[in-house]
Write a protein that binds this ligand. Structure first.
Ligand SMILES: *Cc1c(COP(=O)(O)O)cnc(C)c1O
Length: 415
């Protein structure tokens, strides 16, 4: 049978893999932290990894396992782990895989909290080179013999720089370097991280994947492309059974179990429901973003629009090569100098001023004064963030209503 389409798999695959009880179409969310076994040997076998099963909900439970299957098939991986938030997935994975004295090459255009976490890793003795990932050469130049991993996002927030993921992926494969891609901004079917040779995909389930702004979650997915025998930091205790699982086993034990940022079963259910409409929502929000970007680009009161779908975006060509079905739904803008961005935000009526992205609703935020405030002006400048930049996360409203809201807000600044 040929491979089914994206949404067909999204709404059916999990049930086909693991039948929920009584023909229920959703895996039930139990509130039980503990699990009882028929006899004592049962719990021993699960503890020792001889049998599959759940023993304590910090490490695994039914609803979370069902979501892990869905997330894994989303990225076509060999396994996935879910966490309480996207940041938990990122920090738990990197804490599990890195040691003091290691070096990693990291995009200089990062989600602010990930950037802050990288600084924490640096304090713990991990060397970090922040590089401009729009060009592969910068990654090559940063390579050292102790380089353990390259870490990048696909499209950066808020300035929408597009990483040369394909080029970096090929280079990492050749050099046998672990390649970690944060695919939060462009989840499948927009961006196929495995086709770009990512080893691990990390993602926030809070954003597009759940989509409704009502649940937090994160995940790490192993694409199966990386040979963990090449990775020097896997503990002997986790070098057991299938080599493809060594990395996730270490992340599960040292990250999920020991750090304990576990996803709640009720949250797993909420995320799974949101995921069913991922492709439909993305199609609408990407289409809206493209139209809104075009409208804003041609508006006399807008100085700059940053959106990879615009032909004059500096990485439009890379984006066209790497992305399918749309260029994401984040865009940023600079207003002409005489408009105060705070007054502009207050003039928007439909659009919500809030710090979040990937929601069904369109959101706007003055980024320098909020999420990138702590970074300081010098670091903001390096990331390409102007002091008056406004970020827009485009939702699924009807496009005419969005354009009207922006047009009306801008008209308030007519002489
Ligand atoms: C939001 C976000 C995260 C963190 O996700 P949370 O679920 O909010 O912890 C990580 N990376 C990117 C690119 C994000 O946009």
């Amino acid at each position: 049978m040929s491979k089914q389409g994206f949404t067909t798999r999204q709404v059916h695959a999990d049930r086909q893999l693991n039948k929920p009880e009584h023909g229920a179409v959703h895996t039930s969310t139990t509130n039980s932290v503990l699990f009882e076994f028929e006899d004592a040997q049962g719990i021993i076998d699960v503890f020792q990894g001889k049998k599959a099963g759940h023993v304590y909900s910090r490490s695994s439970s039914g609803a979370v396992a069902a979501l892990q299957n869905m997330v894994n098939q989303l990225e076509d991986g060999v396994g996935a782990l879910c966490f309480a938030t996207g940041m938990a997935a990122i920090s738990s994975s990197l804490f599990s895989l890195l040691k003091s004295g290691d070096h990693i090459i990291v995009s200089q255009y990062l989600f602010g909290n990930t950037r802050s976490f990288m600084n924490t890793l640096a304090d713990l003795g991990i060397q970090i080179s922040f590089v401009d990932v729009t060009s592969l050469q910068n990654v090559i130049d940063a390579y050292q013999p102790n380089t353990r991993a390259v870490y990048t996002e696909t499209v950066a927030n808020p300035v929408t720089q597009v990483a040369d993921v394909q080029g970096i992926g090929r280079y990492c494969e050749e050099r046998k370097i672990l390649f970690i891609v944060d695919n939060t901004m462009t989840p499948p079917p927009l961006f196929d991280a495995k086709a770009m040779k990512a080893s691990l995909v990390v993602t926030s389930l809070t954003k597009y994947i759940s989509g409704h702004g009502n649940v937090l979650g994160g995940a790490v997915i192993d694409t199966g492309l990386y040979d963990w025998r090449q990775y020097p930091n896997i503990k002997p205790a986790y070098q057991v059974a299938d080599v493809a699982q060594w990395g996730l086993t270490q992340i599960k034990k040292k990250g999920l179990r020991d750090i304990g940022a576990t996803l709640a079963p009720s949250a797993a259910h909420g995320i799974a429901v949101g995921m069913e409409t991922l492709a439909l929502r993305l199609e609408k929000s990407c289409h809206n973003a493209q139209q809104l970007a075009t409208f804003l680009e041609n508006h006399p009161k807008i100085a700059n629009v940053y959106y990879p779908g615009l032909a004059d975006h500096p990485q439009h060509f890379i984006a066209r090569e790497q992305m399918q079905h749309g260029y994401g739904a984040i865009l940023s803008l600079d207003l002409v100098e005489d408009i105060n961005p705070i007054a502009f935000l207050n003039a928007l009526e439909l659009v919500i001023c809030a710090t979040h992205l990937g929601d069904n609703r369109t959101l706007a935020l003055p980024v320098a004064a909020t999420i990138f405030f702590e970074n300081g002006e010098a670091e903001r400048e390096k990331m390409g963030i102007s002091e008056t930049m406004v970020r827009i996360s485009v939702g699924i409203e009807d496009i005419d209503d969005l354009v009207d809201d922006f047009a009306n807000a801008l008209a308030q600044f007519d002489e």
